[in-house]
Design a protein around this ligand. Structure first.
Ligand code: ZN
Length: 123
């Protein structure tokens, strides 16, 4: 069982499924919303139990982003045409037991850091 929460604790989530595709996203939307790089993994939507009132924000027509309306933590990302949901690895309480599989949208990354961990990168 993997559990997480936002900074203030109003939003909680948990899953007993094995999260897939742990990644760090460098796209401009994730940069702005997270303040840097957004780390996430995904499970089937039905396998993620969320408690609390999530504020859903549509940064594009293809997906929505879930955050806590009280403390602003960016917790979830959900594409409209997929039955999976991504959750913030940074919001997980305790060890995740996961290992990063890729960096994505690297072409959009900030110019103030380099990625040198040997993990595969995609634009
Ligand atoms: Zn909160």
């Amino acid at each position: 069982m993997l559990k997480g929460s936002c900074l203030c604790g109003d939003i909680r989530f948990e899953t007993s499924a094995r999260p897939q595709g742990p990644s760090m996203c460098h796209c401009s939307q994730c940069r702005k919303q997270s303040g840097g790089v957004w780390s996430s993994a995904f499970v089937a939507e039905d396998d993620l139990k969320i408690t609390g009132e999530v504020l859903w924000f549509a940064a594009s027509e293809t997906a929505k982003r879930g955050l806590c309306p009280k403390c602003g933590s960016f917790l979830f990302w959900k594409a409209h045409d997929e039955d999976t949901i991504s959750f913030s690895l940074g919001a997980v309480d305790g060890p995740t037991g996961l290992k990063l599989s890729k960096h994505i949208f690297v072409a959009d990354k900030g110019d103030y850091y380099e990625i040198a961990d040997g993990v595969p990168q995609t634009d």
